[in-house]
Design a protein around this ligand. Structure first.
Ligand code: XUL
Length: 518
C-alpha cells in the first residue's frame, strides 16, 4: 500500500492505494475550519487586512495527527504502507528556528505534533498563496534583477506577490530579528515531508519553481534571485530534489503512534498542482487539467519551458518529466460559494438554476467575480462586477450563468499564451461534479470534458509518486487509477456565440484592468 497526503488550503486529506489489487483502499479528510475552530480559520486561513493571508502551521500538524488517527480508527493496518508522499498548497512558507532539527529527531509519540513544534517556529503564521501584500517587495526584486522578463525566464514567473521569495523579503524587512533567528525556511510541502521523515526534507522542483528563487533551467537555487530577496538566504533553504525522492525511513513517532512499519519510506513532497497533474494522468503532454478548488487552476504538461508574456502564468517542474504551465484564479470556489450563500441555495439548486438559464452567452450580461483580489488578471477586490446590469433586476439564474461564464471565459482567454491544442479537458476538484460547471467549461473551451473516478487528484498524484518510488511505471498506474468516470460531457453548439462572447469579455476585462488593476 502507498499513502498520498494532500495538504490543501481548507483541509488535509489522505488516500491509500493498493497497487497489487489496483484499488483505492481508503480516502479520509480533515477540514481545518470544522475540526479546529480554536485557530479562527473557518476556511483554513486568516486575513487580518492589507492583503495579508496566513495560516497556522500548527493547525496543519493537528490535521496530520487527526487524519492518521482516522485511518487507524477505520481499522486500516498502516504497517502495510511501504512509502508516503504528499503535496501541499503551493507557495506557503514555514519559518523555523534552530530547535527544529532537534525536535524533529526526538519526537515523543505520547504528545501531539503541534505541542512539540510550537517552540520551533520563528514566525507563528505562514503566509499562504492567497496573500497579496508584497507588491513593494516584488518591485524591489524585479528592479534588482532587471527586467522582470529576466526574472520570469530564470524562475518561470515574474516576481509574484504570493510566491515565497517576495514573502521572505517582506518578513526580512518587517521582522529582521525573527528573520535572523530563522535557520530553515520550508514550504508547506517540505515542512510536512520533514515531519513524516523526522529530518529536514528537500524542496522539490515542482513546488520550488513557485518561489521566484529557483532557476527552472538548472533546478538549482539562483544566487542572483537569492541576493535580491534577503541576506543569508542560501543558508536557510533546504536542498532541491525531484518529488518522490527518498528522504529516510519514517519517523519513529508515526511507527509508535499509528502503527506504521519502521521500514516505510518517507519521500519528498511536491505542490498540489504538480501532484494533481500526476493524479489526473496528465503529466505527459496532450491533456489539459482544470482544477476547481479554493483557487481554480488550469494546467498542462509542457515539454519545453515557455513563459507568459503577460506575466500572469507560471512554469513549474513536472514531477514526471519536464515542465508544466499553470494559471491560477483566486476567485474560484470561494466566489461560487459566496453567490450560493447570498441566494441561500443548495448546490443542487445552484446547479439546476445555472443549467436551465439560457441562452448561452447570457444575452451579453457579463460578470467578473472579485470577492477576493484576483491573480489572473491582477484586479483588486471589488465584489461582483458586471457590465452595466444589476443582478437585483434579474432572475438568480442570470447571475449564476454570468458568474460561471465569467470565470471560464477569463480562464480561456488567459490560457492563450500556452498555445494548447485542447482535445479534451480533465476536470477535477470539489466542484467538478457540478453538471452546470462542467457544461459551461465544455461550451466555452469547445472541448469534451472528462472527470475521473477519484475525488482527490492531488492525494492520488502523491500516492502514485509513492508507488513509482518502488519502480511501478507511471503509465500503468495511470491506466489503473486515473480512469474517466461515466458522465463525460460533450460540448454544445456554442462556438459561434462564444467566439463573440469571448471578445466582449476580453474588452470588459480590459476596462476593469484600467480601473482596478494593481
Ligand atoms: C498556484 C496557487 C494555488 C495554490 C493553492 O500557483 O497559488 O493553486 O497551489 O491551491
Amino acid at each position: 500500500m502507498y499513502l498520498g497526503l494532500d495538504a490543501s488550503t481548507q483541509s488535509l486529506s489522505a488516500i491509500l492505494i493498493d497497487t497489487a489489487q489496483g484499488e483505492i483502499i481508503a480516502e479520509e479528510s480533515v477540514n481545518f475550519g470544522a475540526e479546529f475552530p480554536e485557530y479562527g480559520s473557518a476556511n483554513g486561513f486568516i486575513s487580518p487586512g492589507k492583503g495579508v493571508v496566513t495560516a497556522s502551521p500548527l493547525m496543519w500538524l493537528d490535521a496530520l495527527d487527526l487524519v492518521l488517527q482516522r485511518l487507524c480508527d477505520k481499522g486500516l493496518d498502516l504497517a502495510k504502507v511501504r512509502a508516503i508522499c504528499g503535496a501541499g498548497q503551493q507557495h506557503a512558507s514555514v519559518y523555523l528556528n534552530s530547535r527544529f532539527e532537534s525536535v524533529l529527531r526526538k519526537l515523543d509519540a505520547t504528545r501531539s505534533l503541534s505541542e512539540q513544534f510550537a517552540s520551533t517556529l520563528s514566525r507563528a503564521q505562514s503566509p499562504i498563496w492567497m496573500d497579496n501584500s508584497t507588491a513593494e517587495e516584488c518591485v524591489e526584486i524585479s528592479n534588482s534583477v532587471y527586467p522582470n522578463k529576466k526574472v520570469s525566464e530564470l524562475t518561470g514567473s515574474v516576481a509574484t506577490q504570493r510566491f515565497t521569495g517576495p514573502q521572505i523579503r517582506k518578513f526580512y524587512k518587517q521582522s529582521p530579528e525573527a528573520y535572523s533567528q530563522t535557520t530553515t525556511i520550508h514550504l508547506n510541502s517540505s515542512f510536512l515531508a520533514s515531519i513524516i521523515a523526522g529530518s529536514s526534507a528537500p524542496i522539490d522542483f515542482g513546488d520550488g519553481a513557485g518561489m521566484n528563487l529557483m532557476d527552472i533551467r538548472t533546478n538549482e537555487w539562483n544566487s542572483e534571485m537569492l541576493e535580491a530577496t534577503a541576506p543569508e538566504l542560501s543558508n536557510k533553504l533546504p536542498e532541491l530534489k525531484n518529488s518522490g525522492s527518498y528522504i529516510s525511513k519514517i519517523s519513529g513517532y508515526f511507527v509508535n503512534k499509528y502503527g506504521f512499519c519502521p521500514n516505510c519510506d518517507a519521500l519528498s513532497w511536491t505542490g498540489d498542482n504538480p501532484a494533481s497533474l500526476v493524479g489526473m494522468g496528465a503529466a505527459t503532454a496532450g491533456k489539459v487539467v482544470i482544477s476547481l478548488g479554493t483557487s481554480d487552476t488550469l494546467f498542462a504538461a509542457m515539454p519545453e519551458s515557455k513563459t507568459d508574456p503577460n506575466g500572469f502564468g507560471h512554469v513549474f517542474g513536472n514531477p514526471i518529466k519536464g515542465y508544466m504551465s499553470l494559471i491560477c484564479f483566486a476567485n474560484g470556489s470561494l466566489a461560487r460559494e459566496s453567490l450560493k450563500q447570498q441566494f441561500n441555495l443548495s448546490w443542487e439548486q445552484f446547479e439546476e438554476l445555472a443549467l436551465t438559464s439560457k441562452p448561452l452567452g447570457n444575452q451579453g450580461k457579463l460578470a467578473v467575480p472579485l470577492f477576493t483580489s484576483e491573480i489572473t488578471p491582477r484586479l483588486q477586490q471589488a465584489g461582483f462586477k458586471t457590465n452595466e446590469w444589476d443582478p437585483q433586476d434579474e432572475p438568480v439564474a442570470t447571475t449564476l450563468r454570468a458568474l460561471l461564464e465569467g470565470q471560464f471565459s477569463n480562464m480561456k482567454l488567459q490560457s492563450e499564451w500556452m498555445q494548447l491544442e485542447i482535445n479534451e479537458i480533465l476536470l477535477t476538484g470539489g466542484a467538478s461534479k457540478n453538471q452546470a460547471i462542467a457544461q459551461t467549461v465544455a461550451d466555452i473551451f469547445q472541448a469534451p470534458v472528462k472527470r475521473l473516478e477519484v475525488s482527490s487528484s492531488v492525494g492520488l498524484g502523491a500516492a502514485i509518486l509513492a508507488a513509482r518510488s518502488e519502480g511501478a511505471s507511471y503509465n500503468t498506474l495511470v491506466d489503473t487509477f486515473c480512469a474517466p468516470s461515466a458522465g463525460t460531457t460533450l460540448p454544445q453548439d456554442g462556438s459561434a456565440i462564444y467566439s463573440s462572447h469571448l471578445r466582449d469579455h476580453s474588452h470588459f476585462l480590459e476596462s476593469l484592468e484600467n480601473s482596478l488593476g494593481y
